[in-house]
Design a protein around this ligand. Structure first.
Ligand code: GAL
Ligand code: CA
Length: 345
């Protein structure tokens, strides 16, 4: 890789005058390492927090004076834009890429470009199918198992329903619920929705599904969808299960803007443990969340990146299926939230 980089650096220096004049391309400094990060959308709270932690941990791992430049690109929801961005990052001289796919089913162009240029990729958060990941041995994945988060959300909700008779507000022995879902086709949305309901049912909780809405992980969209649901079901909703914290917070925003009193509110559960999500658990607005270990995921990405850059330390990383790292989730309630507030700084 180093040879490739030196040749590329030489070429880039040779044409520097031209490129700098256009102001479109960065010139690689051969003394520095470059990591290219491409992610699906900069409006995503969880991923922004994960990337902050990635930058910090990379710095810590490499120590003072490290010369690694992280170049971040936002695809704004378009796979074609992301394909172009990856191309640009490769020609700017990136040694490693971290890619959060827009469309997890469509990584072939990115994989081909990376393989042709011998630039390894750490995919993160949006998992390519195993077949794609096995196409080349320069591919890795860092994320978490969606099933675990759905099951934990279900256990948290079941615990509360069993201990607090107020949740079943109309006292009919059933819990009337709605679900706010992430993007259509995203592994975390599909699997979380499935497992949370299965878990509640297997714990003996009687459920009545009122409705579900897709809100694409987004707080403002969730507020809007929740207003529609409240308009339709009024006081009947007893439980709001959201595939992530931002959507749970959006649902709470909807009730607040309609001036609902506390006793008329359903209970809300999220997933992620974002800064705002944890704060809402602390303030008793969210009954619970499931911690999606962004520090753990960012740390694994940083360690794999450094191992790829230096050729050292890869054997200390514990992979599953040869090239994947899955970080465990954790249940968060008011009782243990301070641990997590501390962790996420
Ligand atoms: C999920 C996370 C969501 C969102 C999504 C983006 O794991 O819970 O909040 O960030 O990834 O792919
Ligand atoms: Ca009920």
């Amino acid at each position: 890789m180093r040879n490739r980089r030196n040749i590329a650096a030489g070429l880039l220096i040779a044409v520097c005058g031209l490129l700098c004049a256009c102001g479109e391309q960065k010139t690689e400094d051969p003394g520095k390492n470059y990591i290219g990060v491409a992610y699906y959308n900069q409006s995503d709270t969880f991923l922004n927090e994960l990337l902050d932690s990635f930058r910090e941990q990379l710095k810590e791992l490499q120590g003072e004076g490290a010369e690694t430049v992280v170049m971040v690109r936002d695809a704004a929801g378009s796979q074609r834009t992301q394909d172009d961005q990856v191309k640009e990052l490769i020609s700017a001289g990136c040694d490693v890429l971290c890619v959060n796919l827009v469309d997890r089913a469509d990584p072939s162009e990115i994989i081909d470009m990376a393989r042709e240029n011998d630039v390894p990729i750490i995919f993160f958060n949006r998992e390519p199918v195993a077949e794609d990941l096995m196409q080349w041995d320069g591919l890795y994945y860092v994320g978490a198992e969606a099933e675990e988060s759905g099951a934990m959300q279900g256990e948290l909700a079941a615990d509360l329903i069993r201990t607090d008779s107020q949740v079943d507000r109309n006292k009919d022995g059933k819990i009337q619920y709605v679900i706010l879902e992430g993007e259509v086709g995203h592994q975390d949305a599909i699997i979380r929705t499935e497992t949370v309901v299965e878990t509640l049912t297997s714990q003996g909780i009687e459920l009545e599904k009122l409705s579900y809405q897709v809100a694409n992980w987004n707080r403002a969209q969730a507020e809007n969808r929740m207003e529609q649901l409240i308009g339709q079901y009024h006081n009947q909703i007893e439980l709001v299960l959201a595939n992530n914290d931002d959507m749970a917070l959006g649902a709470i925003d909807a009730y607040k803007s309609l001036n609902y009193t506390e006793s008329a509110l359903p209970v809300f559960f999220g997933i992620d443990g974002t800064d705002a999500g944890l704060q809402a658990v602390k303030d008793s607005e969210l009954a619970g969340t499931v911690y999606n270990d962004k520090e753990g995921q960012a740390g694994a990405m940083a360690r794999i990146s450094v191992a790829l850059l230096t050729g050292e330390g890869m054997d200390e990383i514990e992979f599953q299926n040869e090239r994947c790292v899955y970080l465990p989730y954790d249940k968060v309630t008011k009782g243990n939230v301070s641990e997590f507030l501390f962790r996420s700084r």
